[in-house]
Design a protein around this ligand. Structure first.
Ligand code: SAM
Length: 226
């Protein structure tokens, strides 16, 4: 999976991507990350990339031209015959779900566009963006954290990234349910014991207990999933 991120803050993206499983995916070549600094494509000697909003109102809007030129540069660097999906991270987008993450994970490459200020000139969104995605019903200052969330969730589904740790089938949302509670050693801690069934060695009973716990959790915490 190749991620190309159009951003005003490449260092923020590279720094946050340099940890844990995502870093291992990068190191082992299962994942590639290329950040394109939109400011490098400003036509302005002050490297300005924003301007006032037509119609008035608070805040600035990211200009279309530097984003479009950064996108063309990303295409060149990716060397794709056809443009990959271009995801604009925006609170006005379709909610990011595990289903959408799995769909993105089947792509060879993704271009992610991170907005700032009041947002992005709609004309460049219409021209290059294939998917508008929100990571939740709240407003961040910029799209970089949202892009990192999306990349993290997608990368762990890329074959090879999780290695043997991969147990997608039972993870929250994959089967339409929240995951059951997890326990590790010791068998008793803080005066609390591990449920007996998990120590029983009876795999069928463990499976049944876990499924019941998943159902119970989903019913109480996220009935909308059922
Ligand atoms: N004025 C915009 C609105 O009300 O929808 C919010 C702009 S926000 C301050 C700046 C940028 O942060 C957005 O262009 C987007 O890229 C990113 N962003 C903010 N919240 C987000 C969310 N929930 N999901 C994805 N991206 C988000």
């Amino acid at each position: 999976m190749r991620f190309s991120v159009l951003t005003l803050f490449p260092d923020m993206v590279y720094a946050s991507a340099g940890y844990s499983i995502f870093k291992r995916g990068l190191d082992q070549g299962f994942v590639q990350l290329d950040c394109i600094d939109i400011r490098d494509f400003s036509a302005n000697k002050h490297r300005q990339v924003d301007d006032y909003s037509y119609g008035g109102g608070f805040g600035m809007v990211m200009k279309a031209q530097p984003i479009y030129d950064a996108y063309q540069h990303a295409l060149e660097r990716l060397g794709c015959a056809a443009s990959p999906r271009v995801v604009f991270l925006t609170p006005a987008g379709r909610p990011l779900t595990q289903e959408l993450v799995a769909e993105f994970a089947r792509e060879d490459a993704l271009i992610l566009l991170c907005g700032h200020y009041e947002g992005v000139d709609e004309r460049v969104v219409e021209e290059i963006v294939t998917d508008e995605v929100s990571i939740g019903d709240y407003v961040l200052t910029g799209g970089e954290l949202a892009a990192l969330v999306l990349m993290d969730a997608v990368a762990r589904l890329v074959p090879g990234v999780l290695g043997k740790e991969g147990s997608f089938a039972e993870e929250s949302f994959t089967a339409g349910l929240l995951e059951y509670p997890q326990y590790t050693r010791p068998a008793e801690v803080l005066g609390r014991a591990v449920p007996d069934v998990l120590l029983s060695g009876d795999h069928k009973a463990v499976e049944k207990w876990r499924h019941e716990q998943s159902l119970r959790r989903t019913k109480t915490r996220r009935p909308d999933l059922l």
